[in-house]
Design a protein around this ligand. Structure first.
Ligand code: AHM
Ligand code: MG
Length: 336
């Protein structure tokens, strides 16, 4: 019927046969995650107003409120998801250790890993930011959760996706049966199906990388990036350069338009030889999304989803996006 959209839950029910993991518990998890994201979206919307209206109280005129939004998003997610009754533990980009579910609260078998507010350094400039999530299931028989439960390959994810807080708020996610995008209709407060079965173009038009770090790259990385700027590539002409500096926003644009996002390793900080982005809460969930959309993701050598994490906050180089572009970048990163 005209004017009526399909909600996330309706969509999940329709596709339940294809996604046997979509039990009542998973539905509960997703419902609570969506509610948390709506609260975060509301606060993100207010972030701009804070400076203009000079609101006082918890808010500091230097814009401290804005910087604290990532902390706020983290607290909302932890508080609400701990009470969802379906998780056995969580891990957040903002917390050094795993987050347990208190003994007085009901528990389940799911593990949730998230980056509460990716790209948060951009909030001051009203640039799109987002929440990235990865959902897994505890594989061990132990009653309690250990770090080992989190250190599983990305192939073990049962669902992954992100909320994007932009000119509209979107949810893009996969349960392993394609990628679907939903846009929040603020008038009814529901995410409605707006982008069914997203497919990333096989060859893109865009390359996204922070080129200011060129002097810190090795020759292979320089060659790889140069490939996308030359006319000797798959397109026969240079790709366009687009870099927001907010992974979730850069990723989303490339998912829809086609392209490659690169955050290679660099020699800026010898303590971080593997690039900046985190395997568990950034690279692996986006890798699941991109593969489900027909794209690819590697660390320049191997598939992101096949990397067995060694630490909760492990960083990885990331090459992610259109299949042929990522394959070419991975090939070039092996040469020389
Ligand atoms: P954050 O999770 O602290 O926001 O950091 C990750 C962000 C990504 O969103 C983005 O792709 C990257 O950092 C940008 O880094 P740089 O400024 O080095 O290009
Ligand atoms: Mg991040």
């Amino acid at each position: 019927m005209e004017g009526v959209g399909i909600t996330v839950m309706e969509h999940l029910l329709i596709h339940q046969k294809e996604a046997p993991m979509a039990t009542g518990k998973f539905t509960r998890l997703l419902t609570e995650l969506i509610f948390s994201a709506k609260i975060i979206a509301r606060e993100v919307r207010k972030a701009g107003l804070v400076d203009i209206l000079g609101l006082t109280g918890e808010i500091n005129v230097q814009g401290e409120q804005v910087r604290k939004l990532d902390e706020y998003a983290n607290r909302i997610l932890i508080y609400r998801m701990q009470r969802a009754g379906v998780l056995c533990a969580m891990a957040s980009e903002e917390n050094a250790d795993i987050i347990e579910i208190p003994d007085n609260l009901p528990k389940g078998d799911y593990l949730l890993i998230f980056d509460p507010l990716d790209g948060s350094s951009n909030i001051d400039a009203n640039v799109n930011i987002g929440t990235i999530f990865s959902i897994r299931k505890k594989t061990s028989d132990r009653a309690y959760v250990t770090l080992e439960d989190f250190l599983q390959k990305g192939t073990e994810q049962v669902a992954a996706g992100y909320f994007l807080y932009g000119s509209s708020t979107m949810l893009v996610y996969t349960t392993g049966n394609g990628v679907h995008g939903f846009t929040l209709d603020p008038s009814v407060g529901e995410f409605l199906l707006s982008h069914p079965n997203i497919q990333i173009p096989e060859i893109g038009k865009i390359y996204s990388v922070n080129e200011a770090y060129t002097m810190y790259w090795d020759e292979r990385t320089k060659n790889t990036v140069n490939y996308f700027k030359s006319d000797k590539n798959l397109r026969g002409k240079p790709y366009s350069s687009r870099y927001i500096g907010s992974l979730v926003a850069d990723f989303h644009r490339n998912l829809l338009y086609g392209g490659i996002f690169m955050y290679p390793a660099d020699k800026r900080d010898p303590a971080k030889p593997h690039g900046k982005l985190r395997l568990l809460c950034e690279a692996a969930p986006l890798a699941m999304v991109v593969e489900q959309a027909g794209g690819a993701a590697t660390d320049g050598k191997q598939r992101i989803l096949d990397i067995k994490p060694e630490a909760l906050h492990q960083r990885v180089p990331l090459f992610i996006g259109s299949k042929k572009d990522v394959e070419k970048a991975t090939e070039l990163m092996q040469q020389g």
